[in-house]
Design a protein around this ligand. Structure first.
Ligand code: GAR
Length: 192
């Protein structure tokens, strides 16, 4: 299964996927493209270091979402991408990609959805004072973190929890859960 990873930031989930492939924790999965709306993102650097093809763009250089998504779609088609994984990609997808990759786009989010959708889910959970939060992997639709849930992992928030310790606990679970789900989806594609 050929996948494209979309990332806007640090790319720790992107690295976790690559590491799972290198260590053969996941098999029959190949990352053929990294897409980023932030050419200076660390994720882009990581892809270049790993010689993974990169497509970057600045949304403001295009008249609308459809225009840049058509360019992304062209890259995906050329590279025969089967599946898209959003790993810290901080933009809503539009119809161009959603229509062609229907039920073939997943996202990882740092909360137990539907709680704390949108930006800074970890800060939202700490501000609210919940004792349990977590990680969700879900299919992507046109909403903000609203698609069908595939897998979730709870993470407890201790009384002495800080933002830093919670980020660490959540990322540890993301880095385990996301590759696991990708493997499950690849197995299902194989069985077709
Ligand atoms: C991850 O925690 C991911 O769950 C979150 O962005 C972070 C990216 O980290 N995504 C969202 O909040 C999407 N709504 P990374 O760049 O180190 O993988």
């Amino acid at each position: 299964m050929k996948i494209a990873v979309f990332a806007s930031g640090t790319g720790s989930n992107f690295s976790a996927i690559l590491e799972s492939i290198h260590s053969k924790k996941i098999i029959n999965v190949e990352v053929v493209l990294l897409v980023s709306d932030r050419p200076e993102a660390l994720a882009v650097q990581k892809a270049r270091d790993d010689r993974i093809p990169v497509f970057t763009f600045f949304a403001k250089d295009y008249p609308n979402k459809q225009a840049y998504e058509l360019e992304i779609l062209d890259e995906l088609t050329q590279r025969k991408v089967d599946f898209i994984v959003l790993a810290g990609y901080m933009r809503l997808l539009g119809n161009v990609l959603l229509r062609v990759y229907d039920r073939k786009i997943i996202n990882v989010h740092p909360s137990l959805l539907p709680a704390f959708a949108g930006k800074d889910a970890i800060g939202q959970a700490l501000d609210y004072g919940v004792k349990v939060t977590g990680v969700t992997v879900h299919y992507v639709d046109e909403g903000m973190d609203t698609g069908l849930i595939i897998a979730q992992q709870a993470v407890t928030i201790d009384s002495d929890e800080t933002r830093e310790t919670l980020i660490e606990k959540i990322q540890e679970q993301e880095h385990r859960l996301l590759p696991e789900v990708i493997q499950r989806l690849a197995n299902r594609e194989e069985a077709r």
